[in-house]
Design a protein. Structure first.
Length: 221
């Protein structure tokens, strides 16, 4: 009886291409530096935008430093709109201070572990190694910020950043008149460039067309 024939292996170049293709399916296509994913450093468009990237410090709700650097990356169209907001505010002696911008998906998962409440943290979901649900921050299309005066001092707002109480909601009626007015001024400035305010967080704004951007896990560096 003749021995059963072993299936022929594909030629080496074809085998290599096949392995690379399978690796691409298994590996996150969103990996790589922020710039390679269509993100830009906001301060390169307008250096006058102040940064206070809280997750690059321990001064945040996790009590830990989770970003290696204090940078603000956004999709270019979103970043350009933010720069336009800054330019308009300058004419009134005001400016923007940014708390958070693009956030890698892997960090979103850590946040969900700490605060599994979709009123404050978008639930990250993966299926078959693909990112299917997450925060608009993971798309580079959302920004958290506040207003500052010409001396760089923060204007009075309803709460501090990442306050998980009802006081942070735009619909809360117990704010001081000054905090309410400043919140509305920030909202008007951002809305003028197409940003949408998040109802539960006075500091959070989504860029127009956010749904057209992929979820990303490009590391911040």
């Amino acid at each position: 009886m003749s021995k059963p024939r072993r299936p022929a292996l594909p030629p080496a170049p074809l085998l290599l291409l096949t392995l690379l293709f399978l690796a691409a399916l298994a590996s996150p296509a969103w990996a790589g530096p922020p710039e390679s994913s269509g993100l830009v450093d906001v301060t390169k468009l307008d250096p006058s935008i102040a940064l206070d990237i809280r997750y690059a410090t321990s001064d945040n709700f996790t009590g830990q430093t989770v970003y290696p650097v204090a940078k603000c990356f956004l999709r270019r169209p979103v970043a350009e709109r933010l720069a336009a907001v800054q330019a308009a505010l300058k004419a009134d002696g005001l400016g923007l201070k940014v708390f958070d911008c693009y956030r890698p998906f892997s960090i979103q998962k850590k946040f969900w572990t700490l605060v599994p409440n979709e009123n404050y943290v978008a639930k990250p979901v993966e299926q078959g190694g693909k990112l299917v649900q997450g925060s608009k921050h993971n798309r580079g299309a959302a920004v958290d910020l506040t207003l500052i005066d010409a001396q760089g001092r923060e204007l009075v707002m309803p709460t501090g950043f990442d306050d998980f109480s009802e006081k942070a909601s735009r619909g809360y009626s117990g704010n001081s008149p000054q905090a309410q007015a400043n919140m509305k001024r920030l909202e008007a400035a951002m809305s003028s460039q197409g940003f949408s305010p998040l109802p539960s967080e006075w500091w959070h704004f989504d860029g127009p067309g956010w749904e057209n951007y992929d979820l990303l896990d490009a590391p911040i560096d």
